[in-house]
Design a protein around this ligand. Structure first.
Ligand code: KG4
Ligand code: ZN
Length: 384
């Protein structure tokens, strides 16, 4: 079944339901529930994921991935991702609910990634979540994928409370943020060009390593030594901003020059040198930001946070400087639905719900991603 047929089917289902039933879920829910049960659905890239959380506790977490098929093409092919989502989404959601040990009736809200990501892939999740929420008369919550990565820190950390400094290191963004509250962020610095994950993926390609680049560079680097000179990466300069394009170009130039001269070189040494350069600057700037903001806690989010070298470097630096480090488990750094449910819980507390006009959005700039979503509850209390 192709994505358009699937979406047409869901839309038709919605129309039939519309005639038979009124969607009015907010009348039926307890907004003050301390630990709401949230179903999260994530289909922004090549993972079809669904998870159920209760408060910050993960009850279930299911993923079906098309990554092994995508690896044959050296990157994510959007149409293959969309088709895989249509094949998997219903079964993955059903499994998540079953493994959580709950019934559909127990769900307090359905949170779904609406952007950013591959449009066709997002549409499958958004259409499914809309139909699901409508059919069960449950509130719908629109989750920004990157806010999900940031909210992963709350999972299984019942005592984590802002303010803290967050390092966001994903495939599309790299930034150091000051989290004032669960919903308010200040950008202290961001990448001026490529994101850290993007640099890992591009360098992997140069080294002939398979997609996704990050884990493969990490594996390759285990056999190498960081002895290849790399550029300084705005270290000690540029405030909390980053620049990865110079590092990427340095690796490309090094490899090409060696190849042109018919000289051999160690891919493992290049991978290790690149990894050190790419990661050390993240750690240095995050620690400096935390000191400047006077917080005592640092959190991390995004796929690059699954990198063992980064995790160990952050752990060592935080221990030395006496910061609490909240490092989500590796599986909650890369794409998953528990993080979407976690951000869903934040929005639930704020009273921010979507309606049936929710649409998918392929790109959302970082500033808009971090814009404070006005709390409808606070507005209502003010009479707004
Ligand atoms: O956070 P993410 O899902 O991207 C966005 O949502 O934008 O993360 C994907 C990125 C990819 O660039 C991937 O290569 C990188 O995270 N990544 C890693 C590792 N695992 C995933 N980078 C370095 N080391 C890893 N172990
Ligand atoms: Zn992601």
């Amino acid at each position: 079944m192709t994505a358009p047929v699937f979406i047409f089917g869901l839309v038709s289902l919605l129309k039939i339901l519309e005639r038979n039933m009124k969607y009015n879920p907010l009348n039926e829910i307890d907004l003050n529930k301390e630990n709401p049960i949230i179903l999260g659905i994530e289909t922004s890239c090549d993972e079809t994921a669904a998870a159920v959380i209760c408060g910050r506790k993960i009850l279930s977490d299911e993923i079906a991935s098309s990554a092994n098929i995508q690896a044959l093409y050296g990157g994510v092919v959007p149409e293959i991702a969309s088709r895989a989502h249509t094949d998997y989404v219903a079964a993955v959601v059903e499994r998540a609910v079953k493994n959580a040990g709950i019934t559909y009736a127990d769900i307090d809200a359905v949170a779904v990634t609406y952007g950013a990501g591959l449009l066709g892939a997002l549409l499958v999740g958004v259409s499914f979540a809309k139909a699901f929420a409508y059919a069960l008369n449950k509130p719908l919550i629109a989750v920004n994928h990157i806010r999900g990565h940031l909210a992963a820190a709350y999972l299984d950390s019942p005592d984590l409370k802002p303010p803290f400094v967050t390092l966001l290191a994903s495939g599309g963004h790299t930034a150091v943020l000051y989290a004032k509250s669960e919903a308010e962020f200040e950008i202290l610095g961001a990448t001026l060009d490529d994101a850290a994950g993007e640099a890992f993926d591009k360098v992997a390609r140069v080294l002939g390593l398979q997609y996704p680049g990050g884990p493969n560079i990490e594996r390759c680097a285990l056999d190498g030594t960081a002895n290849v000179p790399m550029p300084k990466m705005l270290k000690g300069g540029g405030g909390y901003n980053f620049s990865y394009s110079g590092l990427k170009t340095a690796v490309i130039n090094y490899c090409h020059t060696k190849e042109q001269k018919n000289e051999t070189y160690s891919k493992a040494d290049v991978a290790a040198s690149f990894q050190c350069a790419a990661v050390d600057v993240l750690v240095e700037k995050t620690i400096a930001a935390a000191k400047e903001k006077g917080v005592n806690c640092i959190t991390v989010g995004g796929g690059v946070a699954a990198n063992t070298y980064l995790r160990q470097a952050l752990q060592a630096a935080c221990k030395k400087e006496n910061f609490r480090l909240v490092l989500p488990e590796k599986r909650y750094c890369t794409d998953n639905a528990a993080m979407i449910a976690s951000e869903g819980a934040v929005q639930y507390r704020l009273g921010n719900f979507a309606d049936m006009s929710l649409n998918a959005k392929a790109s959302i700039p970082l500033a808009a991603t971090l814009e404070t979503v006005q709390s409808r509850r606070a507005n209502a209390a003010k009479g707004g």
